[in-house]
Design a protein around this ligand. Structure first.
Ligand code: NDP
Ligand code: GDR
Length: 381
């Protein structure tokens, strides 16, 4: 049988990179859609890159954008994919309040454009479609834990755009008999998570604070509760959803919940920093209580750079609060367990450790550059 062909939108993102690697290992020919940018934007997939001058490549990139129908039709026509994974999106909830129209266009209408392209090209029976839906659909939660049948109540322009993406996928499945399905994925993170999502912002800051490269971590809502898993585990489920006899929607989650505050404590503990909290609400601060234990290699104490006990290393900055917040999310992955054999392989502690260790490596490189008199990236959004 000929190799299967997959098309991934958002291939330069966190999930796109893990999924491309996963599908290549499975023997797929993988095509990815990347946006044009003024600088290279392929850091996460550079290890998979193949010289376009070489024949018989199995990893091929195309310029494209979810806001451009003709471009999408042309790529899909050329590629004739067996499977399309629609991972591209303006995926930052906070930013969606600042760019609501663009977010609706890319995340909502972008999904419609791909589904229509499949139909226009007469590929309804050939091409299977995966839509990156999200736990943000539950928003103001109506039921705990959340499962496939829990009613939606989106709380951001991002979530409202994704609601359209969810329902148009269901509609095309029902109207045209397409194999189209939604993965309702809860938060999933990794060392290549975007730096402005809260987990990565925390692990990166903690590593830099331990090495004396950063003084303070500024955060918004510390009480928000999330069900955090590892992206590597979740992309496998995206693929499995397209390998079933019938297309169905699935919740993918760990079923365990932690707060942003616990995330900070867990990450700080990885570099041997014990945090004490003082104050209430927006006045709360995180103070170094002690530098202890034999934790991560980059523990500042060794280099004489760990902040001294009593130093304030976490503060609240109101700019990171959202106009409407999703306070709590907790998934019930029972359906995925039963039908897809889903077992989350990575615990919260393992995930945080992997992220902190990777950010320590990056911070050490920055430290070396600084010692050598070179300036380094120090943007703390
Ligand atoms: P990222 O933000 O890391 O990646 C998003 C990708 O989409 C990037 O490749 C980005 O390109 C691309 N992109 C953005 N806008 C456009 C556009 N207009 N046209 C084409 N490509 C575009 O997200 P994740 O990998 O974390 O998430 C993947 C998908 O899953 C997203 O749709 C997200 O909304 C959804 N999701 C994510 C969850 C998570 O916890 N990670 C949970 C549930 C759903 P560039 O690199 O150029 O910016
Ligand atoms: P989320 O992820 O909004 O759940 O969306 P994010 O990591 O941005 O926020 C999680 C929670 O942390 C709170 N928070 C902060 N968030 C950020 N980014 N920065 C801060 O400084 C900060 N302080 C507190 C937030 O208010 C929120 O409650 C992610 C994205 O990947 C979506 O694309 C995806 O659909 C959902 O997960 C599931």
């Amino acid at each position: 049988m000929a190799d299967k062909v997959a098309l991934i939108t958002g291939v330069t993102g966190q999930d796109g990179a893990y999924l491309a690697e996963f599908l290549l290992k499975k023997g797929y020919i993988v095509h990815g859609v990347k946006r044009r940018s003024s600088l290279f934007n392929t850091d996460r997939i550079d290890h998979l890159y193949q010289d376009p001058h070489v024949e018989n490549r199995n990893f091929i990139l195309h310029y494209g954008d979810l806001t451009d129908s003709t471009n999408l039709i042309r790529i899909i026509q050329q590629v004739q994919p067996d499977e399309i994974y629609n991972l591209a999106a303006q995926s930052h909830v906070g930013v969606s309040f600042e760019t609501p129209e663009y977010t609706a266009n890319a995340d909502g209408l972008g999904t419609l454009r791909i589904l229509e392209a499949i139909r226009i090209l007469g590929l309804e029976k050939k091409t299977r479609f995966y839509q990156a839906s999200t736990s943000e659909l539950y928003g103001l939660v109506q039921e705990v834990p959340q499962k496939e049948t829990t009613p939606f109540y989106p709380r951001s322009p991002y979530a409202v755009a994704k609601l359209y993406g969810y329902w148009i996928t269901v509609n095309y499945r029902e109207a045209y008999g397409m194999y189209a399905c939604n993965g309702i994925l809860f938060n999933h993170e990794s060392p290549i998570r975007g730096e402005t999502f809260v987990t990565r912002k925390i692990t990166r800051a903690v590593a830099r604070i331990a090495l004396g490269l950063q003084d303070c971590l500024y955060l918004g809502n510390l009480s928000a509760l999330r069900d955090w898993g590892h992206a590597r585990d979740y992309v496998e489920m995206q693929w499995l959803m397209l390998q079933q006899e019938q297309p169905e929607d699935f919740v993918i989650a760990t079923g365990v919940q932690f707060s942003v505050r616990q995330m900070v404590e867990t990450a700080a503990a990885e570099v041997g920093i014990k945090i004490r909290w003082e104050g209430e609400g927006k006045e709360v601060i995180g103070i170094v209580e002690a530098v202890v234990g034999e934790k991560g290699e980059g523990r500042g104490e060794k280099a004489g750079t760990a902040p001294a006990p009593g130093t304030v290393i976490v503060r609240i900055d109101p700019r990171y609060f959202r106009p409407t917040e999703v306070e709590t999310l907790l998934g019930d992955p029972t359906k995925a367990k039963e039908k897809l054999g889903w077992v989350p392989r990575t615990s919260f502690q393992e995930l945080v450790r992997e992220m902190v260790l990777s950010d320590l490596e990056e911070a050490k490189r920055d430290e070396l550059c600084r010692r050598g008199g070179f300036s380094t990236f120090s943007y703390y959004e």
